[in-house]
Write a protein that binds this ligand. Structure first.
Ligand code: FAD
Length: 543
């Protein structure tokens, strides 16, 4: 039946026919959505490309790959899938870890790099009035005045953030909230949350969207926002691709700064480090001259030089040896990473403002590392590391990443048990740690976060190697992830996984907790046949 579907789709795409019946005894109901503007491909190279992702941990082959030429192509495919019973997954840039964009024996829609020029970005602005109670003006209680307008950009769901940035910079504008790495698609990060060091201030990327066009699992194209079709809008944001495919996103912008002052300081004491991080994120409501624009941090547990792929910053100009830092005791160090954006109009005051902020912090005095660079270079910093790793053959390796949202009240226990315990001086990649303010997250969206006002992202971004030490091998790292989760479970640290890769519905129910009922209701409404994003393993298809 499925094969027939493909034959039919192929016929439609190439000949443009609407077909009532195909083949002896195999009725295929009329498909009248017209022809594909794009291409439904069965090429082995296309199939192989979408069968794996950045994680390189598992493989799942679809039967076909749609390169959409328009939103209608996506709607046609989804309607066909409902009638004939096959799964469909949007694939942004394939940077998931656990096969989340796979569609075993179904069709993968390649959202990024789509053909056709109907996906051009479009700029506009909206009056601020009316958005006082949303996150788009910086929180629920913020005030707007009648004349203020908020600029936005409309982009295709498969657009990469790096391209959105480059395009908007041409108009002196930029999105506000980012991920650390920009070669990710708009639809892909909005299906999770999209977080980085700006999230304490602006919220995650999903808190910075005005409006979406979504093709629901039923194949209906719906425009939605906080005010219109809000159930779909809320559901899709952080919705793990379960309710529809984002074809257009209207993203809030702000005037783009020209340059960034990027500072790293070290701590040997965990609570001093987290106190300072929490102090810095408490400044979110202050004027921009009185806070940093970005607050992140990472943990250094390896001996020797600080040289993982996120810290090239320190070397070769300023190599740092952990043993040379007073008080580190050869153990764990913590690095606070902060930035201030500026331009010509603020260049004169930035040194004093940064000095005043640094004076309030309690880092190791001799450990201040500063650099200054164009805004785009800062935002695109991880890509530089990517190019280096690629040149050494170290990018396309398995990535058993573990990302956790840890409640503030238990972060010290996590430090003791994991950074100073389970990891045992070996990391195999950067370990990010930074706090965020829960009040910048919309509890109507599909994302679940810990039940505290402040929670930390802890990202163990490991790369596995076949050769070398045992502690770098895939099985070792996967086992360590299991130990970390077991430790949290047994110690009652109620973490939520970010970018989770569960395999059973029971695990998903536990993940969503009391939000599961809402998630299920949305699924029944927008994708009743459960054809979408089956690679997430949340629902089994109904065919
Ligand atoms: P894909 O992996 O292609 O898809 C992810 C999920 O979204 C799938 O279920 C897919 O079906 C669905 N989906 C994709 N496009 C659409 C669409 N248009 N409509 C509906 N559903 C869709 N995340 C952060 O938050 N912050 C970071 O700093 C960060 N850094 C990263 C750095 C690297 C090097 C990597 C590999 C990942 C990083 N991530 C980060 C994680 C990343 O945000 C997610 O893995 C994201 O899903 C990747 O986007 P993608 O476009 O590759 O999505």
């Amino acid at each position: 039946k499925l094969l027939l579907t493909f034959v039919v789709c192929r016929l439609i795409s190439t000949v443009g026919l609407a077909i009532d019946n195909y083949g002896a005894g195999h009725p295929v109901r009329r498909i009248d959505q017209g022809v594909f503007n794009g291409e439904l491909s069965y090429d082995t190279s296309d199939i192989e490309k979408v069968s794996v992702d950045f994680g390189l941990l598992n493989e799942a082959k679809p039967l076909g790959v749609l390169h959409p030429g328009s939103t209608n192509d996506i709607a046609s495919l989804l309607k066909t899938a409902n009638i004939n019973g096959f799964s469909v997954s949007a694939r942004g840039h394939g940077h998931s870890i656990n096969g989340q964009a796979h569609a075993t024996n179904g069709v993968v829609i390649e959202m990024s790099g789509s053909k056709g020029n109907q996906f051009r970005s479009n700029l506009g602005s909206l009056p601020a009035l009316g958005y006082e109670n949303t996150f788009l003006l910086g929180g629920r209680n913020s005030k707007s005045n009648d004349s203020k307008r908020i600029p936005y950009v409309d982009v295709w769901g498969g657009e990469l953030w790096i391209d959105v940035l480059k395009w908007t910079l041409g108009f002196g504008l930029s999105p506000k909230s980012w991920t650390d790495y920009l070669y990710l698609s708009v639809g892909g990060t909005l299906s999770n949350a999209g977080i980085s060091g700006q999230a304490f201030n602006h919220g995650p990327q999903i808190s910075n969207v005005f409006e979406l066009d979504v093709v629901t699992g039923k194949g209906e194209l719906v425009t939605c926002s906080k005010k219109k079709n809000s159930e779909l809008f809320n559901g899709v944001l952080g919705g793990l691709g379960q309710f529809g495919i984002i074809t257009r996103a209207r993203i809030a912008l702000e005037p783009a700064p020209q340059r960034v002052r990027w500072i790293r300081v070290l701590y040997s004491n965990f609570s001093t480090f987290t106190n300072d991080q929490e102090y810095l994120i408490s400044l979110h409501g202050k004027p921009s001259s009185e806070k940093f624009d970005y607050v992140e941090g990472f943990v250094i547990v390896d001996e020797g030089l600080i040289n993982n792929w996120r810290s090239s910053f320190f070397s070769p100009k300023n190599p740092v040896k952990i043993s040379s830092i007073n008080g580190s005791d050869g153990g764990v160090l913590y690095c606070l990473e902060i930035t201030r954006n500026y331009d010509d109009s603020t260049a004169n005051s930035i040194d004093q403002e940064i000095e005043a902020l640094l004076e309030k912090l309690d880092f190791i005095p001799s450990s201040v590392f500063t650099t200054d660079l164009p805004y785009v270079d800062f935002l695109d910093r991880v890509h530089k590391a990517e190019l280096k790793l690629r040149s050494k053959g170290l990018w396309e390796v398995p990535h058993p990443w573990l990302n956790l949202l840890v409640p503030k009240s238990r972060i010290a226990d996590f430090d003791k048990g994991v950074f100073k315990g389970i990891l045992g001086n070996k990391t195999s990649g950067p370990i990010l740690i930074y706090p965020m303010n829960k009040n910048k997250w919309d509890d109507q969206s599909s994302v679940v976060t810990p039940n505290e006002d402040i929670f930390y992202l802890v990202g163990l971004l490991r790369s596995a190697l076949d050769s070398g030490e045992e502690t770098q091998k895939l099985d070792y790292l996967k086992d360590q992830n299991r130990q970390i989760l077991k430790f949290c479970d047994e110690s009652g640290i109620r973490v939520k996984r970010y970018l989770p890769g569960y395999k059973t519905q029971d695990e998903w129910k536990a993940h969503f907790g009391d939000r599961w009922g809402q998630f299920l209701k949305r699924k029944n409404e927008f994708d009743p046949m459960r054809i979408l994003a089956t690679g997430q393993h949340i629902f089994k298809p109904s065919f």
